[in-house]
Design a protein around this ligand. Structure first.
Ligand SMILES: [Ca+2]
Length: 156
């Protein structure tokens, strides 16, 4: 990976030969050159949660924890279908939740984790946010990295 590549280039790599997307993008932009890896990385960083998970599962899972202080990440990840997804899909979800593309899900992003799945999702309380951070932050740096997120999902 070259050092100027965006953090999610490794995701785009697996889509480099994704022809329909490439052609559609070129048609939209009326350009002839091949779409760069960076551009594809950008497009895939902008993926919607419903590109990875079913809208119905998301609705059910988010709905199940609509009551204050009821959030249970283990049940949520299972209900939303994330637990049975491939490591690549789990990484895509991680990157969608990493709104500022820092490469980590920070406490502020965790608070809005349900909104990351659907705009209807409620904000987590400070207590729920801290509990989720404590569960996911294995190395104690106060944020959740991609590997920590994968572990959190696997544990659920
Ligand atoms: Ca972040």
């Amino acid at each position: 990976m070259d050092h100027e590549a965006p953090i999610c280039t490794h995701i785009a790599d697996s889509y480099r030969l994704s022809l329909p997307l490439t052609i559609k993008f070129q048609a939209d932009r009326q350009i002839a050159e091949p779409v760069s890896r960076q551009t594809l990385a950008f497009l895939h960083c902008r993926m919607a949660m419903t590109d990875v998970l079913s809208a119905e599962d998301i609705k059910k899972a988010v709905g199940a924890f609509s009551a204050a202080e009821s959030f249970n990440y283990k049940k949520f990840f299972e209900m939303v279908g994330l637990k049975k997804k491939s490591p690549e899909d789990v990484k895509k979800v991680f990157h969608i939740l990493d709104k500022d593309r820092s490469g980590f899900i920070e406490e502020e992003e965790l608070k809005f984790v349900l909104k990351g799945f659907t705009p209807d999702g409620r904000d987590l309380s400070d207590k729920e946010t801290k509990a989720l951070l404590a569960a996911g932050d294995k190395d104690g740096d106060g944020k959740i990295g991609a590997d920590e997120f994968a572990t959190l999902v696997a544990e659920s």
